[in-house]
Design a protein around this ligand. Structure first.
Ligand code: ADP
Ligand code: ZN
Ligand code: ZN
Length: 806
């Protein structure tokens, strides 16, 4: 092997799926290696790509010269490059885009100027202070920026003439221009994301009045503080702290990385069931070969303790470990639990971190300083050295699937990665996905069960309340049955707590016209707008478009507008009416605005500041609050009627998970599920907490209909702003798939269940195949056709193993 290379093949984040060859300048010829990032010219642009190969074979056409090498050492080592190739192939995604989403460092060199909300902007949008009449564009624009910073070009496109508006918002101090998204000063993160550490008043330094006030407060309240919370207590704290941090008078740290060890739980000796599961995992680790386990443990059976012990075992064997958790579960509390057990050996990886935060954690793992990676979906690519164990908690969770290119499932990638690394995988859940459970039958993984709760605590008793009967008896179409209200009232009397699930946010599900029957729809999407009373606005849950409630029907001009259905906001409101003395907290995407709001609300509930916690599916996951003895489900039916073959599975999982929040400690728990489908098997099995029975039923349905796991499936969506373009392209798809081979079934093309989304028309085609390779081949043909026919880059969506068909 020469140590001197003239050429490199580079993978670039472009739709054309092949490597590009570049010539190296003299200075770089002995410094490159596969997996390093490099900046190269591409057309009139400069792109960052990943080197796949360095060589001395002159290409047939003259190669352009590479510009700048970004890494002295590969960011993607050989095995991760190979994993990237697998992902690209299996999910039919361009390799360059896969590699870009794998290496969290790519953003470091992006130099775009983007508009971002200032702290003031964040708090204003939260309170919607600028709801002055005629100012709706400003609100919409701020709402958009609340999700992420955007370039002026993008904003201009969405809001023609935005330039002037941007200037005026900047003057008001609501937004600011960020020179460079990635290399930006971490101190410029929003206050909610920063934590203040103060070591004491430095001698002989001049402080402003604001700074003196801040110092006075910090001296009286030692410890670290979240900057957003400080701002509420000390006026101008955010500005003062930033100014002081610049002079090294105090330290500002990214908040999410500061694990909160006060949540640490005592270490438990494993009970016999946990021990038996652990022993199996340990044996596989010792044997040093690949094995997947499915750990099915009922809610409250102590799965976390098994994970912790397994990670300890891996570390003892001098191997690294990865723990993947669902998006919502990765909180400072959870991080704290791992820190208290494994100290600085833990690196926390969250897709919500900015690039430099992620890069920092990534480096700690790569250098071996940290040996345990804990993170959400994308952490499956973390460079853990000598990987021995991957745990996927709540393996059925939908957040493991990435809903943009590359559309990989972190759980499945984990299995592939482990197989290559000769590592052990543990998939844990109380409600495993059908696919994972079926893999046990197929001998692909081994089942470990924790059939009972720890400490002989009983499972909660579950009762279904038939809301049709309730209506017949009371002649009232209320949100709550008499039984549920009574039960909640009794819990308040006895000082116990209630969790109440309403899996839809907002106040009313939609607004309709009594004259013509039309619902008010989003201008960008073919979906009904949801009424949010706090903002007094109609909101699109798909694209965040917001508008006022119209005075007259936009279709027929009638004044008879009325509100239909209900959401979590209304549940809270009605509950106040029924139980005026109850202290109620609400947890949904409307109340969880900042990074720490989720923790704050949940923490407040845990400390007993509230009697009732109302919320969407957010309240169903993972937490363990001792005093919760009643779980109510306002409508067990939401989701059942979705046009998706997984709707029953989802409903079952959600109901079982939320029921599992009740009676986890010394007090026994009760669950009341209101429903109009009490005979539906998903609801019945959830009520009986019988996973086995649900699995058998659902498997029958899947087998009969040839849905996964009995086929390999892909969803093809064609989208375009003009309907005729979308139609033309989906017509071509129909032609290409016209004469399907044996073992392949094509459904569609047809209008997608949401036929218009974010201003694009959408047509979808489902492909079911008996053979995975055949499916893969077919999908590659489609993609090649899109390239040959010069479709816009975003027009064709290929979703392999789709989790959602909406
Ligand atoms: P799961 O994730 O299976 O629903 P958790 O891991 O949250 O359950 O455990 C439920 C509770 O039981 C937690 O409070 C945990 O600290 C406690 N626990 C776990 N294992 C044991 C044990 N062996 N003995 C006593 N308590 C335990
Ligand atoms: Zn009308
Ligand atoms: Zn919309």
């Amino acid at each position: 092997m020469p140590t001197f290379f003239e050429y490199i093949d580079v993978s670039l984040p472009v739709p054309i799926d092949r490597p590009f060859t570049y010539r190296l300048p003299e200075t770089l010829r002995h410094r490159v290696a596969p997996g390093c990032r490099i900046i190269v010219p591409f057309g009139s642009r400069k792109l960052t790509g990943v080197i796949l190969r360095a060589h001395n074979d002159p290409p047939s056409v003259t190669a352009k010269e590479a510009l700048r090498l970004l890494d002295a050492e590969p960011v993607l080592e050989e095995k991760l490059l190979a994993l990237g190739r697998w992902v690209a192939d299996y999910y039919c995604a361009p390799l360059g885009e896969v590699l870009r989403s794998m290496a969290p460092l790519t953003g470091e060199v992006r130099r775009t100027r983007v508009w971002a909300l200032t702290d003031k902007g964040h708090s204003v949008i939260r309170q919607l202070l600028i709801g002055e009449p005629g100012n709706d564009t400003a609100v919409d624009l701020l709402r958009l920026l609340e999700q992420r910073a955007l370039s002026e070009t993008t904003l201009e496109r969405k809001f023609p003439g935005a330039k002037k508006l941007l200037k005026s918002l900047e003057k008001k101090g609501l937004i600011e221009l960020e020179q460079n998204l990635a290399e930006r000063d971490p101190m410029r993160a929003p206050a909610a994301r920063l934590r203040v550490e103060f070591q004491g008043r430095p001698a002989e330094v001049k402080l402003t009045k604001q700074e003196r006030e801040l110092v006075a407060y910090l001296e009286l309240h030692p410890g670290t503080h979240n900057l957003e919370e400080l701002e509420l207590l000390v006026k101008g704290a955010s500005q003062a702290a930033r100014a002081m941090a610049r002079r090294n008078l105090l330290i500002l740290k990214p908040e999410a990385l500061t694990a909160d060890t006060s949540w640490a739980k005592p270490r438990h000796d494993l009970n016999p069931e946990q021990q038996a599961a652990y022993d199996e995992i340990r044996k596989a680790l010792d044997a040093h070969h690949y094995q997947t386990f499915l750990l099915r443990g009922v809610t409250g059976s102590g799965k976390t303790e098994v994970y912790l012990s397994a990670i300890e075992a891996a570390l003892q064997l001098d191997r690294g470990a990865l723990l993947l958790v669902p998006e919502i579960a990765l909180t400072p509390a959870m991080a704290g639990q791992f820190h208290s057990r494994f100290g600085d050996q833990v690196a926390i990886l969250h897709s919500a971190f900015n690039d430099s935060e992620r890069a920092e954690q990534w480096r700690r793992l790569r250098s071996g300083l940290a040996k345990v990676g804990v993170g959400t979906r994308s952490a499956v690519f973390a460079p853990v050295a000598n990987l021995g164990l991957i745990i996927v908690d709540e393996e059925h969770d939908q957040s493991y699937k990435q809903e943009e290119t590359p559309r990989y499932n972190g759980r499945d990638v984990a299995i592939v990665r482990a197989r290559e690394a000769k590592a052990v995988v543990v998939l844990g859940s109380a409600t495993p996905s059908l696919e994972s459970r079926y893999n046990v039958e197929r001998g692909k993984s081994r089942l470990l069960e924790l059939p009972v709760r720890v400490g002989d605590r009983p499972m909660p008793t579950v009762e279904l309340i038939d809301m049709r009967e309730e209506f017949l008896e009371t002649r009232q179409n209320g949100l709550f049955s008499r039984k549920l209200i009574e039960a909640i009232g009794a819990k308040i009397e006895s000082g116990e707590q209630t969790v109440l699930l309403m899996n839809r946010r907002g106040f009313s599900a939609s607004v309709a016209c009594r004259s013509c029957g039309e619902r008010v729809q989003c201008v960008n999407c073919a979906v009904a707008l949801t009424f949010h009373r706090r903002d007094n606005r109609l909101l699109c849950h798909y694209c965040n478009f917001a508008q006022r409630v119209p005075q007259v029907c936009p279709h027929c001009g009638s004044e008879h507008i009325y509100f239909l259905g209900s959401g979590s906001e209304k549940v809270e409101d009605e509950l106040h009416r029924h139980l005026p003395r109850a202290r109620i907290a609400r947890l949904d995407r409307d109340t969880v605005t900042g990074k720490n709001r989720y923790e704050q609300i949940l923490g407040g509930f845990r400390e007993g500041n509230y009697d009732i916690l109302v919320g969407t599916q957010m309240i169903a996951k993972g937490h363990d609050i001792p005093n919760v003895t009643l779980v109510g489900v306002v409508s067990g039916d939401i989701g059942l009627a979705m046009p998706d073959f997984r709707s029953a599975e989802r409903a079952f999982q959600l109901l079982t998970q939320v029921a599992g929040r009740a009676g986890r400690h010394s007090l026994p728990g009760t669950v009341l599920i209101q429903t109009i489908n009490p005979d539906h098997y998903a609801i019945r099995c959830a009520a009986e907490q019988d996973f086995g029975k649900f699995y058998e039923k659902e498997l029958q349905f899947r087998r009969l209909m040839r849905y996964p796991p009995f086929c390999a499936m892909a969803n093809i969506v064609v989208r375009a702003e003009k309907q005729e373009d979308a139609l033309r392209m989906s017509g071509q798809i129909a032609n290409l798939l016209g004469m399907p081979e044996e073992g392949i079934k094509v459904l569609g093309p047809a209008e997608a269940p949401v036929p218009r989304l974010k201003n694009e028309f959408r047509y979808q085609t489902l492909i079911k195949a008996i053979s995975r390779p055949k499916l893969n081949e077919l999908l590659k043909c489609l993609r090649q056709h899109a390239l040959d026919d010069k479709w816009p880059a975003t027009a064709l969506v290929v979703d392999v193993d789709p989790m959602s068909l909406l």
